[in-house]
Design a protein around this ligand. Structure first.
Ligand SMILES: [Zn+2]
Length: 317
């Protein structure tokens, strides 16, 4: 039995399962990241122990940069104290009596999708895939000829931090105008709040009973389908930015498959269709119709399932 952990700024997700991806227990608890690394790691150890008396290994995703070999977190930009040089694997190993393998959370989700996403035949045949996680941030992973590309810092595949708007909004990474600033869930929901308060989104207003904090990308796609033209326009704008980012990667790598995961991907075809149109329009050097752009089969579970895969492979990706 293995444990897969997906550490996020808001929640810690944990799954206990085997090397084939059969999950026997699953749970999510609040991160309370303001309490600092040791309290959060203590919570993770207790969570795993409550769910399984014993695990053989743990695979864990962290939202930022990690030193995989040393088992140390290096820079988690959205966590208080940014977790610089925290020996995560060592701290967790003692209470769990098992090795703990680390990977960036989006790369871990990519590994989950590759291993358990039902695309094995497809991968064997082609093998170059780009994965986007669309949520509070925009992360990703790039698989070239069947192998996850990590690069010297383990940071290759940061598809959300390509510049889309010169001198655009400030991004968490320090750059301006990254894809993440215009195509994340908060970016889209923020526009939803503005439209609702401007009286331009009556359907959305009804769906969330006028409460701005309840606006999510999924609510916005429901409002758009129910007739809010301004909300549809906002979604199409986000899809256009996302399409430009994907078209850039398609021109560079020509992957056979692009997978969109994370909470925002659950908007489905309302988001996917305009993204596909944009990619075909923006890739001029060859016909891009053959590049499949699909929603993740694993949804929110891609991270923890990647954790199971990482644990089962003893940390090898
Ligand atoms: Zn950025």
């Amino acid at each position: 039995m293995y444990a897969g952990i997906d550490l996020g700024g808001t929640n810690i997700a944990c799954a206990i399962g085997d090397a084939e991806g059969h999950i026997v227990a699953e749970r999510s608890v609040p991160t309370h990241s303001h309490e600092g690394p040791s309290a959060v790691l203590d919570r993770i150890a207790r969570l795993i122990r409550e769910m399984a008396p014993r695990v053989d290994a743990v695979g864990m995703g962290l939202p930022g940069r990690v030193d995989r070999e040393a088992g140390i977190s290096q820079f988690l930009p959205n966590m208080p104290t940014q977790w610089r040089d925290v020996p995560v694997s060592q701290i967790l190993r003692a209470p769990l009596q098992a090795p703990v393998y680390l990977l960036n959370d989006a790369r871990l989700a990519t590994l989950g999708e590759l291993t358990f996403g039902g695309r094995e035949d497809w991968l064997r045949k082609f093998g170059t895939v780009v994965f986007f996680t669309l949520g509070t941030g925009v992360g990703g992973g790039i698989v070239v000829e069947g192998k996850l590309r990590l690069g010297p810092w383990g940071a290759a595949g940061e598809v959300g931090h390509q510049t889309i708007i010169p001198d655009g909004l400030l991004c968490g990474c320090g750059n301006r105008g990254c894809l993440e600033t215009v195509a994340s869930a908060p970016a889209l929901s923020g526009e939803g709040v503005r439209l609702m308060r401007s009286g331009l989104a009556p359907q959305l207003h009804q769906l969330v009973e006028g409460e701005a904090s309840r606006i999510t990308p999924q609510q916005m796609s429901a409002a758009a389908l129910a007739g809010d033209a301004a909300v549809m326009e906002a979604i199409e704008r986000v899809a256009a930015y996302l399409g430009i980012a994907i078209a850039n990667i398609v021109s560079l790598l020509h992957p056979e498959l692009v997978v969109l995961g994370g909470g925002m991907a659950q908007m489905g075809e309302v988001l996917l269709q305009p993204v596909r149109q944009q990619v075909v329009r923006r890739v001029g050097m060859f016909p891009a119709h053959g590049v499949r752009i699909e929603q993740s089969a694993l949804g929110d579970r891609a991270g923890v399932m990647g954790g199971l895969a990482l644990a089962a492979r003893s940390g090898q990706v």
